[in-house]
Design a protein around this ligand. Sequence first.
Ligand code: 3PG
Ligand code: CO
Length: 549
Amino acid sequence: VDALKKNPSFKPRKGPVFLLILDGVGFGKYEDGDAFRQARTPNFDWLWNNCPHTTLKAHGTAVGLPSDADMGNSEVGHNAIGCGRVFAQGAKLVEEAIRSGAMFEGATWKKLVKNAVDNNGTLHFIGLFSDGNVHSHIDHLKAMLEQAKKEGVKRARVHTLLDGRDVGETSALEYIDPFEDFLASLNADGVDYRIASGGGRMFITMDRYGANWDMVKRGWETHVLGEGRQFLSAHEAIETLRKETGAIDQDLPSFVIAENGKPVGTIEDGDSVIFFNFRGDRALEMTAAFEEDDFPYFERKRRPKVEYAGMMEYDGDKHVPRQYLVSPPSIDRTVGEFLAASGITQLAISETQKFGHVTYFYNGNRTGKFNEELEDYIEIPSDVVPFEWRPWMKCAEITDVILDAFAKNKYRYIRANFANGDMVGHTGVFEAVICAMEAIDIQLGRIIKAVKEAGGILIVTADHGNSDDMYEHDKSGKLKTNEQGKPKAKTSHSLNPVPCIIYDPDYQGDYDTTLREGLGISSLGATVMELLGFIPPEDYDPSVVEVKK
Ligand code: 3PG
Ligand code: CO
């Protein structure tokens, strides 16, 4: 891309523009269960009451998802924030590829099916087993199984990663039971399609950003080697493991379905494997275990020779996986790329759990930098413990680095993600989320001071809601309760709008302090550019600030 044009009537500030993404912090609809509203957040409140602000849409069509019933998520959120426009996202592209039949006309699908048929092998499906539509959708899985049967695949095995994080926290059987009926109907005339293994998504397989490779090791043992505790059915496994551990779905231990002591669906030479998540962050590690010859992370013991494909291309830079069923959105001309072309020094920082969010997702699902000289990407290692035990996470350590950068005036543009609202929000532990919000707010206090001293501009926003909606409500808005009569915890994201505040202590009168209303988070792309003194590209969504030209 070309360098951005400067806006002659905007004088850039002395200090940097700092985009702070409070992951999973929105404005809730219900008083009860809104941890963000209930927490003591004097610094946030000060910003809100004293600075130009608006709210931004962060879900559904505003971030490229099929409908406004779809909650936002970090992938589509950071894509929108970092790319300044809305692209049709994985959830939508896969749905369309199935509806139009394009997926099944594609070379990858044909090759995997042929491989299984020719070798008298098995077609395996591994993925997140729910209709959350964040990483996957169970309807995609069902459509593929139906099509596989039409095309003569005799044996299929499904490796189910139980969700409880993008859907109700103990909803696994609401997916498993009807799915068993669905398989039975397919099996009625001659094929052999079964669930072969599974476990909670936060216990096996779906680690991200190298935070905990042990999860992937356990997943490999479960799905590929068939090692682990045996059960006759997924239903039995879930009921038993729930009783024994009390864990919610995302944390349930792994299980192997077996008959007469023999696993029904290990992965063998000549089989085909489809990882049916369309989102990449939590799919990349298992993909590496299948694809990479040189694999240092754990001992695979046996590595079957299979045809492996992902639902989508997960990394557009490194082209991982080698084969995939649906092409990803072609996100291009990102904010990071334009700023690099315009000579802007940049820092991107977060802790492990969200590191790829401010780099890989922000840059349109690319891992690399645009310019080694201009950009620094810093990862603060996350704790490897349940986040409700340490709700403060690493927001203080991240702030330390940022304050140091401010003091040295090292960068023109800084972006950071505080993971707390989201990662603690996903645990469903209300008290811990309150603590998470207050931990963030303490850091906001330090940041406000530093921005003022440096003469920079702070933009406080979020990628989607979560902490603002911690209890389940029914359609009429009534609080749902569990067997003990307590509010039923909600672990997933919300549909709520997110804040957008601009704190500009050296304001020069160069823009209107009434911010534009009714926009989505994709407008943050142009906003950052304008506050750095540039004129955003014409096809970018409008900035929230009306800068004098
Ligand atoms: C996860 O992967 O943790 C959840 O499915 C979505 O959370 P995120 O979109 O905030 O990462
Ligand atoms: Co989340």
